[in-house]
Design a protein around this ligand. Structure first.
Ligand code: GLU
Length: 441
């Protein structure tokens, strides 16, 4: 049974970077007919906010990434305490009292001497008396996991064979001075308790994974399979971390991006499989292969989502957008033709409003000087609204007869006079929607 999880911290909204993690874990679970867990990593009560928990769920629902169950770390603190107790009992856990400033100083010294800034384990040498004295003076210390200083190896689903020397890694702090459990131990306990079989996360977690594998082994647990995807960069390869705040899923939704445009791109971006625009999640699930993803940073350009969104919309039947069209005030009997006419001429659904305004209130005409007389003559020949799908042909036929103009010289000035634009939908269909003609003298 395949079990995956997406484990956001509710300290902000999810963005395109997190989405990649969520989507990969979702697709792996669905492809295997397994379980996808939404795990809320809320061990930090100060930074966690319920509004983000709700926001994360809304964003995933918008995309159709439905989870099978929700777990919350804040409800599982007893389990983490048990694990901590076990680590103490096997002598793999120790209390350390250095202040952040002291640690910083140690790191600087090490760097100055050309050494890696790894915690020196000074706390291991404290006598019981020294420890008690420090505790009285400074309060409870942090608890660090004592790594076995050997190489930690695993076969990564994306990165391949990984080998990390534990001696180059600081003993991770698992419990803060105020007693708060940190993500590293919480995640280890959860992944085991919940039977997680596959963990996909960003390559910024590789060192975490090394330490988590050791903690799991120390606790007698079996590590899941790990895969670390590369991180997203901007289109020029620039770091995206600072801009991720502006790439929140809710902002993309607000801008009119369609879920399948985003999902189709994200399910393949950075992999050797071609990106194809899909209209069904099942198609994304079918072709998904985590091992196809490369290790190089993945370039992402938010601008790519707009043409993809336009393509998604072109394929949509009226039923999918009927509510939005009705909300604009389009009468039900015109909805079908309105959608047929506009869907090839929009980037996002937000563009529909402008089209409906144009049809219902009339467009500000664009009339070139040399066409002024011709347009005036043509307008005088235009019958009264409502028009139908024969109006354009009959009218332009008569105008052609009367003026001798033909082809582009005939049609373009009339299109510009009626719609204010030199391009746009088919004019026969446009006429059926046009309620007001401002160009009429
Ligand atoms: N809460 C962690 C994060 O958002 C989860 C990492 C993981 O997948 O284990 O970075």
């Amino acid at each position: 049974m395949t079990i995956t999880r997406f484990a956001p911290s509710p300290t902000g909204y999810i963005h395109v970077g997190n989405l990649r993690t969520a989507l990969m874990n979702y697709l792996i679970a669905r492809k295997a007919g397994g379980t996808f867990i939404l795990r809320i990593d809320d061990t930090d009560p100060v930074r966690s906010d319920e509004k983000y928990v709700d926001g994360i769920k809304q964003d995933l629902e918008w995309l159709g990434l439905q989870w099978d169950k929700v777990e919350r770390q804040s409800e599982r603190l007893d389990r983490y305490a048990d694990a901590a107790e076990k680590l103490r009992s096997i002598d793999r856990f120790y209390e350390a009292f250095e202040t952040p400033t002291e640690l910083d100083l140690k790191r600087k010294k090490q760097l100055n001497m050309g050494k890696p800034p790894v915690y020196d384990r000074a706390a291991l040498n404290l006598s019981t008396e020294e420890r008690d004295a420090l505790r009285t003076e400074r309060g409870d210390g942090v608890w660090r996991f004592k790594l076995d200083q050997e190489r930690i190896n695993w076969k990564d689903g994306i990165l391949g064979d990984i080998s990390i020397d534990a001696a180059s890694v600081s003993d991770p702090v698992l419990i803060r001075g105020d007693g708060q459990f940190l993500y590293t131990i919480a995640s280890v306990v959860d992944d085991t308790d919940m039977g997680v079989t596959n963990v996909v996360r960003g390559s910024d977690h590789v060192t975490n994974t090394a330490t988590q594998i050791q903690i799991m082994k120390a606790l007698g647990m079996t590590p899941p399979e790990f895969a670390h995807h590369s991180l997203l960069t901007g289109p020029q390869g620039e770091a995206l971390s600072k801009r991720l705040g502006t790439l929140a899923l809710r902002d993309l939704r607000e801008q009119g991006i369609q879920p399948m445009a985003l999902l189709s791109l994200m399910a393949r971006l950075g992999s050797s499989d071609p990106m194809e625009l899909r209209s069904e999640m099942s198609e994304l699930i079918e072709g998904f292969e985590v091992s196809s993803f490369g290790t190089a940073p993945t370039k992402f350009d938010v601008a790519d989502l707009f043409p993809l969104t336009a393509n998604v919309l072109q394929e949509k039947p009226l039923a999918d957008v009927a509510d939005q069209i009705a909300d604009l005030g389009v009468p039900a009997d015109l909805a079908e033709i309105f959608w047929t006419v506009t869907r090839d001429n929009i980037t996002t659904l937000k563009d529909l409003a402008a089209w409906w305004t144009l049809f219902s209130e009339g467009a500000d005409p664009v009339i070139d000087d040399e066409d002024a007389e011709f347009v005036a003559q043509a307008m005088a020949m235009l019958p009264q609204a409502p028009f139908d799908d024969t109006t354009w042909k009959t009218w332009t036929g008569a105008v052609k007869e009367a003026t001798g103009r033909k082809g582009k010289g005939l049609f373009m000035p009339l299109r510009k006079a009626l719609t204010g634009q030199s391009h746009g939908p088919d004019m026969s269909a446009t006429m059926t929607l046009l309620q007001v003609v401002k160009a009429r003298a």
